[in-house]
Design a protein around this ligand. Structure first.
Ligand SMILES: NC(=O)c1ccc[n+]([C@@H]2O[C@H](COP(=O)([O-])OP(=O)(O)OC[C@H]3O[C@@H](n4cnc5c(N)ncnc54)[C@H](O)[C@@H]3O)[C@@H](O)[C@H]2O)c1
Ligand SMILES: O=C(O)[C@H](O)CO
Length: 325
């Protein structure tokens, strides 16, 4: 049996899933967590030095680690995104890297819309206000503490119109929104009365809501910054449940605080867990959740089943979902 290590198994399986199907395939050690920091790569190397297979969700595998792991043959992402792995270095060392596509399409798009609806209605905050007694003590029969926003007729710009982007676009259209999508690959068959592809300039200029659903690459790091924000509508709402580094957080915090950006719903930030000095923590009209878009039990189970299938097919010399061909 090949030796394997799961470097950060706890968030995938905090106890409600069963590792057994993986244990039937490989001799695996599961660590709840190892590190999320490039400064602690030594621990990754120590834990992986004797293994053929690494499974990781957010533990980084940079070139520095790959160079020190001569036995390594396979890195299985426990996620769709694979930006924590140096896939080019892996390729140079003939290490196969696979990811888990599709498991999160429904659950992640649902969360993108949940962030948007929270910004539009502040359901959680209004419920807290009611329980605090603010309704009981109110002169009128109703009150609201924030401007309430109707989405129908507004435009959502979606950057990255792949699986999650399209699913988010479908829900937005069901809410009566128009969708403008930017992607390097266009499937013109998707265009309709309420959905069109656009370049980034048009998307920024015309969108009331901008939702990020592209993978993080060197090309699009800090795509949302002072300059791109200037090209957006005043009061635009920005959603990001893809990857934190797509946004320059200092620039977004400034734009939220001066009102250029009307609201942000973020499930991801540049460094996770979030640093206590992250300027978005104190920015106006900014909702932040702790990278939970993927984490419904339904999605985690699908993720786990695909991860096991990926390992099985790799062992059969027929790898699937390879991201570094
Ligand atoms: N927050 C979470 O819990 C969570 C969960 C799953 C996925 N994600 C993120 O969502 C991303 C998208 O997932 P998916 O399943 O839709 O992937 P996908 O591969 O189906 O779609 C990504 C799309 O982005 C496009 N794209 C690539 N680079 C681009 C760029 N620079 N500008 C515009 N478009 C670009 C691709 O052509 C593709 O159509 C993942 O890469 C991951 O970062 C986050
Ligand atoms: O990319 C993903 O699948 C999510 O971020 C969970 O790891």
């Amino acid at each position: 049996m090949l030796k394997a290590v799961v470097l950060d198994g706890y968030t995938l399986n905090p106890g409600d899933l069963d590792w057994s199907p993986l244990k039937e395939l490989v001799d695996v050690t599961v660590y709840d967590r190892t590190t999320y920091s490039l400064d602690e790569v030594a621990l990754v190397i120590e834990r992986a030095k004797d293994v053929d297979i690494i499974l990781t969700n957010k533990t980084p595998i940079p070139e520095e680690a790959i160079n020190e792991l001569p036995k390594l043959k396979y890195i299985g992402m426990l996620s769709t995104g694979f930006d924590v792995v140096d896939v080019k270095a892996a390729k140079e060392h003939n290490i196969v890297v696979t990811n888990i596509p599709s498991y999160g399409t429904d659950t992640v798009s649902q969360m993108a819309i949940a962030l948007l609806l929270e910004i539009c209605h502040h359901v959680g905050s209004h419920s807290e206000a009611v329980k605090r007694g603010d309704w009981t003590n109110n002169a009128d029969w109703c009150f609201w503490n924030y401007p309430l926003i109707e989405l129908s007729g507004k435009t959502m710009g979606i950057v990255g119109y792949g699986r999650i982007g399209q699913a988010t676009g479908r829900i937005a259209q069901a809410l009566g929104m128009k969708v403008l999508a930017f992607d390097h690959y266009k499937d013109e068959g998707l265009e309709s009365e309420s959905m069109k592809y656009a370049d980034l300039d048009e998307l920024y200029a015309s969108s009331d809501v901008i939702s990020l659903h592209c993978p993080l690459t060197e090309e699009n790091r800090e795509l949302i910054n002072k300059e791109s924000i200037k090209r957006m509508k005043d009061g635009v709402i920005i959603l990001n449940n893809s990857r934190g580094p797509l946004i320059n957080e200092v620039d977004l915090a400034e734009a939220l605080n001066n009102g250029k950006v009307g609201g942000a719903g973020l499930d991801v930030v540049s460094t996770e867990p979030i640093k206590k000095n992250n300027p978005l923590l104190t920015a106006k009209n900014c909702i932040i959740t702790p990278h939970i878009s993927w984490a419904t039990k339904e999605a985690r189970l699908r993720l786990f089943n695909t991860a096991v299938e990926n390992v099985k097919l790799f062992l059969e010399d027929n790898p699937t979902n390879v991201v570094n061909k």
